[in-house]
Design a protein around this ligand. Structure first.
Ligand SMILES: [Zn+2]
Ligand SMILES: [Zn+2]
Length: 255
C-alpha cells in the first residue's frame, strides 16, 4: 500500500495556530510523516484581531527558523510556506512575489476573514459572500462568478502550489477552476478539517486532469497529520494515488 509522506498545510502560533513550530514538527514525526509544511496565514487575515503573520517579511523569519530546525530534525523535511489570501478580483495575494519566491510552499485561498484593502474587495468578497449570497439567492450566480474569477486570476498570475479548501464558505465553479489549475500545474486541496463539505468540489474537479493534495489545515499540533476525513473522500470517489501528491512527496514550484 502506498504511504502518505507529508501534510503540507499547517498553522503555527505565528498565525491562527496554537502550537509552536517544534510542536507541529514533533507531532508530524509521531504520526510517521517524513515531510511537513508550515503555512501560516498571510498578513491580511483578520477577524477583529489579526490572525495572520504580522507582515509578509515574518514569513522569511519563519523560514530561517525552519532552516535551523531541519538540521535538528533530520528525520523530517520541513518546508517553509504560507497560505496567502487572494485579496481582489485580479487575483492579487497579500504576500508579495519576492517573498513567495523564497518559500518552499505557496498555498493560496479565498477567505472571508480578511481585512479588505479596497472598497471593491469589501463589497464583492466580504459583503456579497457574507450577506448577499445568504439572503438574495438571485445574486448567487454573479457572486460565484466573481469568486471563481478571483481564484483563477491568482492561479494564472502567481506560482501557486495549491489552492486551499476550494469552495469552503465561498461558492466557486470548481470544474472551471480545476481546468485552469491542471493547465498551470497548481493542485487543489482536499481539506481534512472541513471534511464532507469538500466532497462536491472533488467530484467536480476530478473530471479534469488536476492533481490533488491532502492536508490537515491543523491549527493545533495534535491535528497535524490527521488526514483521514480527506483520505476517505478521495477513496470513496476512486481517485488514484498517482493524482495525490502526498504519496510522491512534495515537489513544489518553489522547492
Ligand atoms: Zn484557509
Ligand atoms: Zn489554513
Amino acid at each position: 500500500m502506498n504511504k502518505i509522506k507529508g501534510d503540507y498545510h499547517t498553522h503555527s502560533e505565528y498565525s491562527h495556530g496554537k502550537g509552536d513550530l517544534v510542536a507541529n514538527i514533533e507531532s508530524a514525526i509521531n504520526k510517521g510523516l517524513t515531510e511537513i509544511g508550515i503555512t501560516d496565514h498571510g498578513p491580511q487575515t483578520f477577524n477583529f484581531v489579526r490572525l495572520g503573520v504580522k507582515d509578509a517579511e515574518e514569513l522569511i523569519e519563519i523560514k530561517e527558523r525552519i532552516e535551523v530546525l531541519n538540521k535538528l530534525y533530520p528525520e523530517i523535511r520541513i518546508l517553509a510556506g504560507t497560505e496567502a489570501n487572494i485579496i481582489n478580483e485580479e487575483g492579487d495575494l497579500d504576500v508579495p512575489d519576492y517573498i513567495l519566491e523564497e518559500l518552499d510552499i505557496v498555498a493560496a485561498g479565498l477567505h472571508l476573514l480578511i481585512l479588505p484593502q479596497s472598497i471593491e474587495t469589501a463589497l464583492r468578497l466580504v459583503f456579497d459572500n457574507r450577506f448577499m449570497y445568504r439572503f438574495f439567492p438571485g445574486k448567487r450566480a454573479r457572486i460565484r462568478e466573481w469568486n471563481t474569477r478571483a481564484v483563477i486570476n491568482a492561479v494564472k498570475r502567481h506560482q501557486i502550489d495549491f489552492i486551499t479548501h476550494p469552495g469552503y464558505k465561498l461558492d466557486i465553479d470548481t470544474y472551471k477552476l480545476a481546468r485552469i489549475c491542471a493547465q498551470e500545474g497548481t493542485c487543489l486541496e482536499v481539506n481534512a478539517r472541513h471534511g464532507r463539505l469538500t466532497e462536491g468540489f472533488v467530484r467536480a474537479a476530478m473530471e479534469t486532469d488536476v492533481r490533488f493534495v491532502i492536508n490537515s489545515d491543523a491549527h493545533l499540533p495534535a491535528s497535524v497529520g490527521k488526514l483521514e476525513p480527506a483520505l476517505k473522500i478521495v477513496k470513496d470517489l476512486g481517485i488514484s494515488d498517482d493524482r495525490i501528491i502526498n504519496y510522491q512527496g512534495f515537489t513544489g514550484r518553489h522547492s
